[in-house]
Write a protein that binds this ligand. Structure first.
Ligand SMILES: Cc1cc2nc3c(=O)[nH]c(=O)nc-3n(C[C@H](O)[C@H](O)[C@H](O)COP(=O)(O)O)c2cc1C
Length: 230
């Protein structure tokens, strides 16, 4: 059997507003690194900081509306890390009103072709539960930029509907639904749980081994009950 190539490199390009994507990615990175493959992370920084939570019901509604129309959020220039070549890019971020987030849309406008052309890219999505339009849109943007998209990783929040939608909305508006006597039983937490963090670690080991051994990334199964996507 051939020896795994541990000189392989993966680049994470990511945006996270409320920390959900970042915490899953931290475990994904650990999983990948446990196989000897290296991970470099490039975070997208909006030129004008966006504050989480938005602070009121009204500002949350406005944010939902403008993101539905795919308003761009200008980002700072990328660092030199993105000039190097990588075996795989993980493009990670949350769903915003059925779309990629504003910083990721700006990334495509400014750097899409240079970054993604002839590159293997796996989108990584953190969302409340409605990811299909985001995933199809992202795949089509990546293909327009001549990337190969062999797979995707999607995690949805663990609470059940309709409490999940209500809970996320209230959380974005700056309330604490998980502390309300009525909602806390139905909506115990915002975002992803510890089991999903560990699933992300497992996905990382699968990815690292596949990259190190030149196994086709299409064959990896990321559609599992814990991810919420199956
Ligand atoms: C403006 C806005 C719009 C959102 N729209 C959606 C949506 O359409 N579908 C969905 O499943 N989640 C939606 N969400 C929830 C986020 O995708 C989810 O909370 C995600 O885990 C946040 O990741 P982050 O902490 O890395 O930013 C939205 C969040 C924001 C801030």
């Amino acid at each position: 059997m051939a020896t795994p190539d541990t000189n392989k490199k993966i680049l994470f390009i990511c945006y996270s507003l409320s920390g959900q994507t970042s915490s899953l990615l931290a475990r994904l990175a650990k999983g990948i690194e446990s196989t000897g493959v290296s991970v470099t992370t490039e975070r997208l920084h909006p030129v004008k900081q966006i504050h989480f939570p938005f602070g009121s019901i009204w500002s949350t509604l406005i944010m939902m509306l403008v993101t539905f129309f795919r308003r761009r959020v200008p980002i700072e220039p990328l660092s030199d890390k993105c000039q190097e070549s990588y075996d795989l890019i993980i493009l990670a971020g949350p769903t915003w009103s059925y779309n990629p987030s504003g910083p990721v849309l700006s990334l495509f406008d400014r750097d899409g072709e240079r970054l993604f052309s002839k590159q293997n890219v796996i989108p990584f999505i953190s969302c409340r539960g409605y990811w299909r339009m985001h995933w199809f849109g992202l795949k089509s943007l990546l293909k327009k930029n001549k990337a190969t998209v062999p797979n995707c990783i999607i995690f949805t929040h663990t609470s059940k509907e309709p409490w999940r939608t209500l809970g996320v909305f209230l959380k974005l508006a700056g309330k604490n639904p998980e502390r309300s006597p009525f909602l806390s039983k139905r909506y115990p937490r915002y975002g992803h749980d510890r089991n999903q963090q560990e699933e992300s670690f497992r996905f990382g080991t699968m990815l690292g081994e596949a990259v190190a051994n030149d196994i086709a990334l299409e064959t990896l199964n990321f559609k599992t009950p814990l991810s919420g996507r199956s």
